[in-house]
Every structure is written in C-alpha cells, then in structure tokens.
Design a protein around this ligand. Structure first.
Ligand code: NAP
Length: 251
C-alpha cells in the first residue's frame, strides 16, 4: 500500500483532465475529493475508480464560480481528512468563438468568476489548511492553466486566454508567497487535449482541425496531462515550485 498522503481536492474532477487525475492521485495514496458542476453520473464513476484503487473518495456538486460552491467543496474535503493537495482544474470556455469586439459583459464575468476567482478562492482555502503559518503540515497546489495564456486565443477566446494568464501570474506569486510555509505551487499548461471542452466551445473536432500545426502532429490525451499534474504533486518534484510546465506537444 502507498503511504497515506492526506486529501487531494480536484476541482472539475468529473470529466476530462480532472477525471484522469483523480484516480492517479488515489493510486499514490491520497484520499480524493472531487468537485463537479452537473455531471453527477460521471463524478460518481470517478469516485468508484478512486475507491477501486483503495482510496477514500467523495464527489461534491460545487460551482467554483460562486463562493458557496468552494466552501461546500472544502467542507466535504475536511470530512475526509487533512487537505494536503489541491488541483485547481475546473475551467470553462464559452459556447462560441468570439472576437473581443463582440464579447458580452456576462461572458467575461462568468469566465473570470470560474477560471480566476474560483481558482483563487480554492487556493485561499488550501493555503489556510496547509500553511505552517496556520499550523498546517504543508502541501502542494497545481493550477491547470493553458498554452493559450502564451498564445492569446485570437479570434476564438482572448478572454479565456487572459484568464489563464492570470492563473500563471497567480502561480508564480503564490509560490513565492508560501514557499517558506511548506507549500509548493506550480501550473501545467496543456496544449490541445482531447476532452469535451472543445464541444463546449462549439467545435467538437477542434483538436483534429489544429493537429497538423502541432509540432508532435497530434492532440494530447487527458492522461498525459494528469501524469504531469501527479508528478508535480509528488515528492519527486520536491524542489519544483513556481514552475509553468507546458504539456502541449511542442505547441
Ligand atoms: P472538460 O472536459 O470540459 O471538463 C471540465 C470539468 O470542469 C468538468 O468536470 C466540469 O464539471 C467542471 N466544471 C466546469 N465548470 C465548473 C464550475 N463552474 N464549477 C465546478 N466545476 C466545473 O474540460 P478539460 O478539457 O478537462 O479542462 C480541464 C482544465 O484544463 C480547464 O481548466 C481547461 O481550461 C484546461 N485546459 C484544457 C485544454 C484542452 O485542450 N482540453 C487545454 C488547455 C487547458 P461537469 O462535468 O459537472 O460539467
């Protein structure tokens, strides 16, 4: 049996990258608390996968775009044990590609609420539990950013790209802020990964369309991003903090 690692909170753990990450953390000895928005059956299936690896697990319907959702998620995590890891993964794109001159205030507001404010509030709750300053025993935070932060998302979703730019800055700043308090903070920046998010953005075949322009000539798999996240959570990355790890096949 792996060493008991405490509780890992994975936001957006019901589908895609989060769903691939949760069972790997379970395998490495973490109890896992996943948050999701709507997909209850998918969330329960991920809990089952974690439990089949010998871990305790729970799923919580928790919209990270609202404080109440974040509070409910961490209350459930506390019931499982001591929180020692956070994977800030929940993120959205909007249903249609849009230029900035056509963007609506509602879209920007919701994008930033979920992708930025949600990640900040989850990080805040994690630091309050992990920091040695608050009598915690340390931990690790992995933020799921995007290569879009560097590429800018022109003609599709500059708002989304900018939200991930904020996540990159938060990663570097928070890593420096809590580096002496037992907490490592890093980000992965996935490129084009085969998940449902592209259908949510109105183009299910987006990865196939853009694959020829990727240096490795293919989209990535959720599991390939999950492997990087779990490495950053692990002791094998014990001296890595403030890093932005690109997982983009060269894109
Ligand atoms: P996905 O397949 O669409 O899954 C999104 C997950 O987030 C689902 O579990 C969803 O819950 C949850 N979620 C969405 N809005 C939420 C909210 N307001 N509160 C709580 N949970 C919420 O997406 P993915 O591709 O795995 O993306 C995961 C992360 O990777 C995101 O931050 C995304 O920006 C980033 N990323 C993805 C790619 C890519 O190409 N796929 C590339 C770069 C970065 P439900 O299942 O309940 O809807």
């Amino acid at each position: 049996m792996p060493e008991e690692r405490g509780v890992a909170v994975v936001t957006g753990g019901s589908r895609g990258i989060g769903a691939a990450t949760a069972p790997l953390l379970a395998e490495r000895g973490w109890s896992v608390c996943i948050g999701y928005q709507n997909a209850i059956d998918a969330a329960n299936a991920v809990v089952g996968e974690c439990e089949s690896r010998g871990a305790r697990a729970a799923a919580v319907r928790a919209d990270v775009g609202a404080w109440e959702g974040v509070a409910a998620l961490f209350a459930a995590a506390d019931r499982l044990g001591e929180v020692t890891a956070l994977v800030n993964n929940a993120g959205i794109v909007y249903q249609a590609h849009t230029r900035v001159d056509e963007i609506t205030p509602e879209r920007i507001e919701r994008m930033l609420a979920v992708n930025v404010t949600g990640a900040f509030l989850c990080a805040r709750e994690a630091v309050r539990r992990m920091s040695t300053l608050h009598d915690g025993s340390g931990g690790v935070i992995v933020n799921v950013s995007s290569r879009a932060a560097a590429l800018g998302g022109a003609g599709e979703y500059v708002d989304y790209a900018a939200s991930k730019g904020a996540i990159d800055t938060m990663t570097v700043g928070l890593a420096r802020e809590v580096g002496g308090e037992g907490i490592r903070v890093n980000a992965v920046r996935p490129g084009l990964i085969e998940t449902d998010i592209h259908a949510s953005g109105g183009e299910p075949a987006r990865v196939a369309r853009l694959a020829p322009g990727i240096p490795m000539k293919r989209g990535g798999l959720a599991g390939e991003v999950a492997d990087a996240i779990v490495w950053l959570c692990s002791d094998e990355a014990s001296y890595v903090t403030g890093a932005l790890l690109d997982v983009g096949g060269g894109r």
